[in-house]
Write a protein that binds this ligand. Structure first.
Ligand code: 5AD
Ligand code: SF4
Length: 466
């Protein structure tokens, strides 16, 4: 087999990122063949997979959820923590085994892991059964790579960000709620985080193109959009023409789409003007995911988060005061290098103050190439786990407490579908992003209905349709 070298595989693009129209100049190449697509990680990856799926479908592949049935397997990977990495290499083992039985099987690896030079190197050296590697900046090369992979292994990753594409077509997961990407990359460079390296510098999409996309989704019958970015509050800053997130939110609200959400917010860029816009428009949902990461000023400084505990609390308070009934969730990392018990107790303190509606909690894991990975990872695994459990207990206590306040109350729920756990129930979300289960009535899927909450648990609510 003809193997490219690392330099060939990792193309650098030194040109300034341009905003260009996506190219769909390719046709059906297969008949009666199936794709299996597996997505790891965040909502951004889920949304990228909707683009990948569109390309696979245009080429003629149809979906299977059974790995063994696939003619092409695409893994859209995540690099944020070490366990994400391990999971992907574990799964590749299964794919390798399948390829022994089905030599024509195409195996493709995309997403954040592909952007890591060490991963490309490892694939070149140790995983010859992987036919295609593509990165986060050249997803739209996938059709060409699939076509060319018939003759030669295709490993092509842009090591510096490429163009910003507009008019991308997606094969969306849902016909009720839709992700809308508003920006690529991140300029915050939190010291533990690999995202600025795997997704590149911040590039915002054009405001009117985003608004057009939302208007089209509304016309197609979508009820909810979630504006996506690594740091949505910094939207527009790179455009240097005064465009900002407040303007975008206001314009999206004016489209009249029923529900608008956005993730993720960085406290440093969160302005009072944005809070005012959320409070002003009924169709901007009263739910904010506001990552804290740590409650210790010393650790926040080491993390390069650019705010103190007091500043976070001031913002939290302003949001709570101005947005009626708002729910706030967060992300917290435990066991950052040199985190003392006192630092950790400061995190518990702020959780006790904020009483978050929910929190995603993580054990710190060093990511190669990040500044924090150069500091000795000196907290033992046992200690990190102990802190995680203690934090989770506290977080769950407040989730339950907050949810209990909803018992016997009436809430508006957008019904999304039939519950996977119980086929006699449907699930949906409140305006404040709480998961609700109600009795089956398929006609209500895609509708916003009034529900009385009958029983609250830590992670979901049971309700009766009114
Ligand atoms: N280790 C542990 N958690 C991390 N996160 C990001 N990088 C790391 C890391 N190296 C967490 C942060 C972020 C969330 C998406 O993942 O809390 O907000
Ligand atoms: Fe990573 Fe920080 Fe950017 Fe979030 S804001 S993606 S944690 S660098």
């Amino acid at each position: 087999m003809n193997l490219p070298n690392l330099e060939e595989a990792r193309k650098r693009t030194l040109k300034k990122s341009l905003i260009v129209k996506n190219n769909y100049d390719f046709k059906k190449i297969v008949k009666d063949q199936k794709y299996f697509l597996k997505t790891y990680g965040c909502q951004m990856n889920e949304h990228d997979s909707e683009e990948i799926r569109k390309y696979l479908e245009i080429l003629g592949y149809s979906k299977t959820t059974i790995l063994e049935e696939a003619d092409i397997v695409v893994l859209n990977t995540c690099a944020i923590r070490e366990n994400a990495h391990d999971k992907v290499f574990g799964y590749l083992g299964r794919c390798k085994h399948l390829k022994k039985e089905k030599p024509d099987l195409i195996i493709a690896l995309g997403g954040c892991m592909s952007q890591e030079e060490s991963v490309t190197q490892e694939i070149l050296n140790k995983h010859p059964y992987i036919d295609i590697v593509f990165g986060t900046h050249n997803i739209n090369d996938l059709p060409k790579l699939i076509i060319d992979s018939k003759n030669k292994r295709q490993i092509e990753v842009l090591s510096i960000e490429g163009n910003v594409y507009e008019d991308i077509l997606y094969s969306r997961d849902s016909n009720i709620t839709a992700w809308v990407n508003i920006m690529y990359g991140c300029d915050k460079f939190c010291t533990y985080c690999i995202v600025p390296y795997t997704r590149g510098k911040q590039r915002s999409r054009n405001l009117s193109k985003i608004v057009e996309e939302v208007k089209d989704l509304k016309k197609e019958g979508y009820k909810e959009v979630t504006l996506l970015g690594q740091n949505v509050n910094a939207y527009g800053v790179d455009l240097n023409d005064g465009t900002n997130f407040k303007m975008l939110l206001e314009n999206v609200a004016k489209t009249g789409i029923e529900r608008i959400r956005f993730v993720t917010s960085h406290p440093w860029d969160f302005t009072s003007e944005v809070i005012d816009v959320i409070a002003k428009y009924d169709n901007i949902m009263p739910y904010i995911h506001l990552p804290l990461q740590s409650g210790s000023d010393r650790i926040l400084r080491l993390m390069g988060r650019r705010y103190t505990k007091e500043e976070y609390l001031r913002l939290f308070k302003e949001i709570k005061e101005k947005i009626k009934g708002v729910s706030i969730t967060t992300d917290i990392i435990v066991g950052f290098p040199n985190e003392t018990i006192e630092d950790f107790n400061n995190t518990l303190d702020i959780v006790n103050t904020c009483k978050f509606d929910g929190a995603f909690t993580f054990i710190y894991s060093p990511r190669e190439g990040t500044p924090a990975s150069k500091i000795k990872d000196n907290i033992s695994k046992v200690e990190k786990e102990k802190r995680l459990y203690e934090l989770n207990d506290l977080v769950n206590k407040y989730s339950l407490e907050n949810n209990k306040k909803l018992e016997q109350k009436q809430v508006k729920v957008l019904i999304l579908g039939i519950s996977e756990k119980d086929n006699n129930k449907m699930y949906g979300y409140t305006e404040t992003m709480k998961l609700v289960n109600v009795k089956l009535n398929k006609e209500l899927i895609g509708h916003i209905i009034d529900v009385k909450i009958t029983c609250a648990k830590s992670f979901s609510l049971d309700g009766e349709i009114i």
